[in-house]
Design a protein around this ligand. Sequence first.
Ligand code: GDP
Length: 285
Amino acid sequence: IFGRGGLDEDALEEVEELLYGADLGPKATSELIEDLEEKAKSGDFDEAKFKSYIKDFLKNKMASVQANSPGDLFQFEKSDSKLPKVIMIVGVNGAGKTTTIGKLATKLTNQGAKVVVGACDTFRAAAVDQLQVWCDRAGATMIRAKEGANPSGVGYDALQAAMNEEADYCILDTAGRLHTAGNLMDELTKSKNVLKKLMEDAPHHTLLVIDAITGQNAIRQAEEFNKALDLTGLVFTKCDGSSKAGSAISIVDALQIPITYIGVGENVEDLSVFNLDEYLDALVG
Ligand code: GDP
Protein backbone atom coordinates (compact mmCIF):
# COMPACT_ATOMS: atom_id res chain seq x y z
CA ILE A 1 0.00 0.00 0.00
CA PHE A 2 2.70 2.49 0.92
CA GLY A 3 4.85 1.46 -2.04
CA ARG A 4 2.06 2.80 -4.21
CA GLY A 5 2.13 6.22 -2.66
CA GLY A 6 0.08 6.31 0.49
CA LEU A 7 -3.40 6.10 1.82
CA ASP A 8 -5.65 6.96 -1.08
CA GLU A 9 -9.17 5.65 -1.43
CA ASP A 10 -8.09 2.35 -3.02
CA ALA A 11 -5.58 1.79 -0.29
CA LEU A 12 -8.17 2.40 2.41
CA GLU A 13 -10.49 -0.08 0.75
CA GLU A 14 -7.71 -2.62 0.74
CA VAL A 15 -7.03 -1.99 4.40
CA GLU A 16 -10.71 -2.43 5.15
CA GLU A 17 -10.69 -5.81 3.42
CA LEU A 18 -7.61 -6.87 5.35
CA LEU A 19 -9.24 -5.92 8.64
CA TYR A 20 -12.37 -7.90 7.78
CA GLY A 21 -10.19 -10.81 6.73
CA ALA A 22 -8.54 -10.68 10.14
CA ASP A 23 -12.00 -11.03 11.77
CA LEU A 24 -11.88 -7.61 13.29
CA GLY A 25 -15.61 -7.22 12.77
CA PRO A 26 -17.69 -4.43 11.20
CA LYS A 27 -17.79 -2.11 14.19
CA ALA A 28 -14.09 -1.88 14.96
CA THR A 29 -13.26 -1.91 11.25
CA SER A 30 -15.48 1.02 10.34
CA GLU A 31 -14.31 3.05 13.34
CA LEU A 32 -10.73 2.44 12.39
CA ILE A 33 -11.26 3.23 8.70
CA GLU A 34 -13.04 6.48 9.56
CA ASP A 35 -10.11 7.52 11.71
CA LEU A 36 -7.62 6.51 9.03
CA GLU A 37 -9.48 8.60 6.46
CA GLU A 38 -8.94 11.64 8.64
CA LYS A 39 -5.28 10.79 9.14
CA ALA A 40 -4.76 10.20 5.42
CA LYS A 41 -5.69 13.82 4.74
CA SER A 42 -2.70 15.01 6.75
CA GLY A 43 -0.33 13.51 4.18
CA ASP A 44 2.70 12.53 6.23
CA PHE A 45 1.51 9.11 7.17
CA ASP A 46 4.13 6.49 6.43
CA GLU A 47 4.05 2.74 7.01
CA ALA A 48 5.59 2.83 10.48
CA LYS A 49 3.16 5.51 11.64
CA PHE A 50 0.32 3.57 10.07
CA LYS A 51 1.12 0.36 11.94
CA SER A 52 1.68 2.05 15.23
CA TYR A 53 -1.56 3.98 14.75
CA ILE A 54 -3.53 0.77 14.18
CA LYS A 55 -1.88 -0.86 17.17
CA ASP A 56 -2.68 2.12 19.41
CA PHE A 57 -6.27 2.18 18.22
CA LEU A 58 -6.76 -1.51 19.00
CA LYS A 59 -4.87 -1.24 22.25
CA ASN A 60 -7.15 1.58 23.36
CA LYS A 61 -10.14 -0.62 22.64
CA MET A 62 -8.86 -3.46 24.73
CA ALA A 63 -6.56 -2.03 27.39
CA SER A 64 -9.15 -0.80 29.86
CA VAL A 65 -10.97 -4.13 29.77
CA GLN A 66 -7.75 -6.10 30.02
CA ALA A 67 -6.74 -3.96 32.99
CA ASN A 68 -9.56 -5.68 34.87
CA SER A 69 -8.21 -9.10 34.00
CA PRO A 70 -7.62 -11.18 37.08
CA GLY A 71 -4.21 -12.05 35.57
CA ASP A 72 -2.95 -15.54 36.17
CA LEU A 73 -5.90 -17.05 38.03
CA PHE A 74 -4.01 -20.24 38.46
CA GLN A 75 -0.98 -18.87 40.22
CA PHE A 76 -1.48 -20.90 43.34
CA GLU A 77 -0.87 -19.36 46.73
CA LYS A 78 -1.68 -21.45 49.73
CA SER A 79 -4.16 -19.53 51.84
CA ASP A 80 -5.77 -20.21 55.19
CA SER A 81 -9.12 -20.65 53.50
CA LYS A 82 -10.33 -24.20 53.67
CA LEU A 83 -12.81 -23.49 50.89
CA PRO A 84 -12.00 -24.20 47.25
CA LYS A 85 -11.98 -21.60 44.49
CA VAL A 86 -14.65 -22.67 42.07
CA ILE A 87 -14.11 -22.21 38.35
CA MET A 88 -16.70 -23.06 35.74
CA ILE A 89 -15.48 -23.66 32.20
CA VAL A 90 -18.04 -23.20 29.43
CA GLY A 91 -18.04 -23.18 25.63
CA VAL A 92 -19.35 -25.04 22.61
CA ASN A 93 -18.16 -28.57 21.86
CA GLY A 94 -14.78 -28.71 20.21
CA ALA A 95 -13.70 -25.29 21.49
CA GLY A 96 -11.09 -26.87 23.74
CA LYS A 97 -12.68 -27.00 27.20
CA THR A 98 -11.40 -30.45 28.14
CA THR A 99 -7.89 -29.68 26.95
CA THR A 100 -7.85 -26.32 28.73
CA ILE A 101 -9.04 -27.89 31.97
CA GLY A 102 -6.32 -30.54 31.66
CA LYS A 103 -3.69 -27.84 31.23
CA LEU A 104 -5.05 -25.72 34.09
CA ALA A 105 -5.36 -28.67 36.47
CA THR A 106 -1.77 -29.68 35.73
CA LYS A 107 -0.53 -26.14 36.20
CA LEU A 108 -2.13 -26.14 39.65
CA THR A 109 -1.14 -29.59 40.86
CA ASN A 110 2.44 -28.83 39.76
CA GLN A 111 2.34 -25.95 42.22
CA GLY A 112 1.15 -28.23 45.01
CA ALA A 113 -2.54 -27.36 44.83
CA LYS A 114 -5.21 -29.93 45.47
CA VAL A 115 -7.67 -30.00 42.59
CA VAL A 116 -11.07 -31.59 42.11
CA VAL A 117 -12.54 -31.61 38.60
CA GLY A 118 -16.24 -32.15 37.93
CA ALA A 119 -17.09 -33.82 34.62
CA CYS A 120 -20.49 -32.19 34.18
CA ASP A 121 -20.85 -32.91 30.47
CA THR A 122 -22.99 -35.96 31.12
CA PHE A 123 -24.04 -36.03 27.46
CA ARG A 124 -20.66 -37.05 26.07
CA ALA A 125 -19.14 -40.20 27.57
CA ALA A 126 -16.04 -39.91 25.39
CA ALA A 127 -15.35 -36.39 26.61
CA VAL A 128 -15.59 -37.58 30.21
CA ASP A 129 -13.09 -40.38 29.52
CA GLN A 130 -10.75 -37.90 27.89
CA LEU A 131 -11.01 -35.61 30.89
CA GLN A 132 -10.24 -38.58 33.16
CA VAL A 133 -6.97 -39.13 31.29
CA TRP A 134 -5.98 -35.48 31.79
CA CYS A 135 -6.93 -35.63 35.49
CA ASP A 136 -5.01 -38.85 36.11
CA ARG A 137 -1.97 -37.32 34.49
CA ALA A 138 -2.36 -34.14 36.52
CA GLY A 139 -2.98 -35.95 39.80
CA ALA A 140 -6.39 -34.30 40.17
CA THR A 141 -9.47 -36.04 41.51
CA MET A 142 -12.28 -36.30 38.99
CA ILE A 143 -15.92 -36.60 39.94
CA ARG A 144 -18.12 -38.11 37.25
CA ALA A 145 -21.85 -38.75 37.00
CA LYS A 146 -23.47 -41.52 38.90
CA GLU A 147 -25.94 -43.30 36.68
CA GLY A 148 -28.74 -41.04 35.51
CA ALA A 149 -27.28 -37.97 37.13
CA ASN A 150 -27.80 -34.62 35.48
CA PRO A 151 -25.06 -32.02 34.86
CA SER A 152 -26.00 -29.79 37.76
CA GLY A 153 -25.99 -32.82 40.07
CA VAL A 154 -22.42 -33.65 39.07
CA GLY A 155 -21.35 -30.06 39.68
CA TYR A 156 -22.92 -30.18 43.11
CA ASP A 157 -21.22 -33.51 43.91
CA ALA A 158 -17.87 -32.20 42.70
CA LEU A 159 -18.07 -29.09 44.83
CA GLN A 160 -19.19 -31.15 47.82
CA ALA A 161 -16.20 -33.47 47.30
CA ALA A 162 -13.85 -30.50 46.94
CA MET A 163 -15.16 -29.02 50.20
CA ASN A 164 -14.92 -32.36 52.02
CA GLU A 165 -11.36 -32.88 50.82
CA GLU A 166 -10.43 -29.27 51.55
CA ALA A 167 -9.27 -28.95 47.96
CA ASP A 168 -7.84 -25.64 46.77
CA TYR A 169 -9.70 -25.62 43.45
CA CYS A 170 -12.85 -27.11 42.02
CA ILE A 171 -12.92 -26.88 38.21
CA LEU A 172 -16.12 -27.76 36.41
CA ASP A 173 -16.28 -28.95 32.82
CA THR A 174 -19.72 -28.36 31.32
CA ALA A 175 -21.89 -29.42 28.40
CA GLY A 176 -21.26 -27.60 25.13
CA ARG A 177 -24.27 -28.68 23.16
CA LEU A 178 -27.90 -29.57 23.79
CA HIS A 179 -30.88 -29.74 21.44
CA THR A 180 -31.13 -25.98 21.36
CA ALA A 181 -29.01 -23.11 22.55
CA GLY A 182 -31.85 -22.17 24.91
CA ASN A 183 -31.76 -25.60 26.56
CA LEU A 184 -28.03 -25.38 26.94
CA MET A 185 -28.17 -21.97 28.58
CA ASP A 186 -30.93 -23.13 30.93
CA GLU A 187 -28.91 -26.17 31.92
CA LEU A 188 -25.77 -24.12 32.51
CA THR A 189 -27.67 -21.55 34.54
CA LYS A 190 -29.11 -24.34 36.66
CA SER A 191 -25.64 -25.83 37.13
CA LYS A 192 -24.35 -22.45 38.23
CA ASN A 193 -27.21 -21.77 40.64
CA VAL A 194 -27.05 -25.17 42.29
CA LEU A 195 -23.46 -24.47 43.37
CA LYS A 196 -24.72 -21.58 45.46
CA LYS A 197 -26.59 -23.99 47.72
CA LEU A 198 -23.18 -25.16 48.92
CA MET A 199 -21.20 -21.97 48.58
CA GLU A 200 -22.92 -18.66 48.19
CA ASP A 201 -20.22 -16.94 46.16
CA ALA A 202 -19.53 -19.88 43.80
CA PRO A 203 -18.50 -19.99 41.03
CA HIS A 204 -15.72 -17.47 41.55
CA HIS A 205 -14.86 -17.45 37.88
CA THR A 206 -16.77 -18.46 34.77
CA LEU A 207 -14.48 -18.72 31.77
CA LEU A 208 -15.70 -19.04 28.19
CA VAL A 209 -13.45 -21.09 25.93
CA ILE A 210 -13.46 -19.94 22.30
CA ASP A 211 -11.76 -21.49 19.29
CA ALA A 212 -9.69 -18.72 17.69
CA ILE A 213 -10.80 -19.72 14.21
CA THR A 214 -14.50 -19.21 14.98
CA GLY A 215 -14.40 -15.70 13.52
CA GLN A 216 -17.32 -13.31 13.89
CA ASN A 217 -19.71 -16.11 14.93
CA ALA A 218 -17.83 -16.16 18.17
CA ILE A 219 -19.34 -12.80 19.13
CA ARG A 220 -22.90 -14.07 19.08
CA GLN A 221 -21.85 -17.18 20.94
CA ALA A 222 -20.06 -15.16 23.58
CA GLU A 223 -23.01 -12.79 23.98
CA GLU A 224 -25.37 -15.70 24.63
CA PHE A 225 -23.11 -17.33 27.18
CA ASN A 226 -22.55 -14.01 28.87
CA LYS A 227 -26.24 -13.21 29.10
CA ALA A 228 -26.89 -16.51 30.86
CA LEU A 229 -23.79 -16.79 33.00
CA ASP A 230 -22.07 -13.44 33.65
CA LEU A 231 -18.70 -14.52 32.33
CA THR A 232 -15.60 -13.32 34.10
CA GLY A 233 -12.99 -14.21 31.49
CA LEU A 234 -12.27 -15.58 28.02
CA VAL A 235 -9.84 -18.25 26.88
CA PHE A 236 -8.89 -18.32 23.19
CA THR A 237 -7.63 -21.73 22.07
CA LYS A 238 -5.76 -22.85 18.94
CA CYS A 239 -3.84 -19.59 18.71
CA ASP A 240 -0.95 -21.72 17.43
CA GLY A 241 -2.86 -22.20 14.17
CA SER A 242 -3.30 -19.87 11.24
CA SER A 243 -5.91 -17.69 12.92
CA LYS A 244 -4.70 -14.54 14.56
CA ALA A 245 -7.87 -14.34 16.63
CA GLY A 246 -8.90 -10.94 15.31
CA SER A 247 -12.40 -11.64 16.62
CA ALA A 248 -10.97 -11.33 20.12
CA ILE A 249 -11.04 -7.55 19.72
CA SER A 250 -14.73 -7.42 18.82
CA ILE A 251 -15.61 -9.79 21.65
CA VAL A 252 -13.65 -7.95 24.30
CA ASP A 253 -15.10 -4.68 23.02
CA ALA A 254 -18.71 -5.94 22.87
CA LEU A 255 -18.72 -7.80 26.16
CA GLN A 256 -16.16 -5.82 28.15
CA ILE A 257 -14.76 -9.07 29.46
CA PRO A 258 -11.00 -9.69 29.54
CA ILE A 259 -9.07 -12.53 27.92
CA THR A 260 -7.27 -14.47 30.61
CA TYR A 261 -5.50 -17.28 28.75
CA ILE A 262 -4.63 -18.44 25.27
CA GLY A 263 -4.13 -22.03 24.15
CA VAL A 264 -1.12 -22.44 21.89
CA GLY A 265 -1.06 -26.19 21.25
CA GLU A 266 -2.38 -29.55 22.32
CA ASN A 267 0.23 -30.32 24.97
CA VAL A 268 -0.06 -29.73 28.65
CA GLU A 269 2.36 -26.79 28.70
CA ASP A 270 0.63 -25.01 25.81
CA LEU A 271 -1.33 -22.47 27.79
CA SER A 272 -0.20 -18.88 28.27
CA VAL A 273 -1.49 -15.92 30.19
CA PHE A 274 -2.83 -13.47 27.60
CA ASN A 275 -0.48 -10.61 26.81
CA LEU A 276 -2.08 -7.69 24.95
CA ASP A 277 1.11 -6.28 23.43
CA GLU A 278 2.22 -9.66 22.12
CA TYR A 279 -1.23 -10.25 20.68
CA LEU A 280 -1.26 -6.92 18.84
CA ASP A 281 2.28 -7.45 17.54
CA ALA A 282 1.18 -10.78 16.07
CA LEU A 283 -1.99 -9.29 14.61
CA VAL A 284 -0.60 -6.08 13.14
CA GLY A 285 3.06 -7.04 12.64
P1 GDP B 1 -14.15 -29.56 24.08
O1 GDP B 1 -15.14 -30.30 23.24
O2 GDP B 1 -14.50 -28.11 24.22
O3 GDP B 1 -13.89 -30.20 25.39
O4 GDP B 1 -12.79 -29.57 23.23
P2 GDP B 1 -11.47 -30.46 23.40
O5 GDP B 1 -10.70 -30.03 24.60
O6 GDP B 1 -11.81 -31.90 23.28
O7 GDP B 1 -10.64 -29.97 22.12
C1 GDP B 1 -11.04 -30.20 20.79
C2 GDP B 1 -9.80 -30.40 19.93
O8 GDP B 1 -9.04 -29.21 19.89
C3 GDP B 1 -8.85 -31.49 20.45
O9 GDP B 1 -8.36 -32.22 19.35
C4 GDP B 1 -7.72 -30.71 21.12
O10 GDP B 1 -6.52 -31.40 21.10
C5 GDP B 1 -7.68 -29.46 20.26
N1 GDP B 1 -7.16 -28.28 20.98
C6 GDP B 1 -7.60 -27.74 22.14
N2 GDP B 1 -6.88 -26.64 22.47
C7 GDP B 1 -5.96 -26.46 21.50
C8 GDP B 1 -4.92 -25.47 21.23
O11 GDP B 1 -4.69 -24.50 21.97
N3 GDP B 1 -4.19 -25.66 20.09
C9 GDP B 1 -4.41 -26.71 19.22
N4 GDP B 1 -3.65 -26.79 18.13
N5 GDP B 1 -5.38 -27.62 19.44
C10 GDP B 1 -6.13 -27.51 20.54
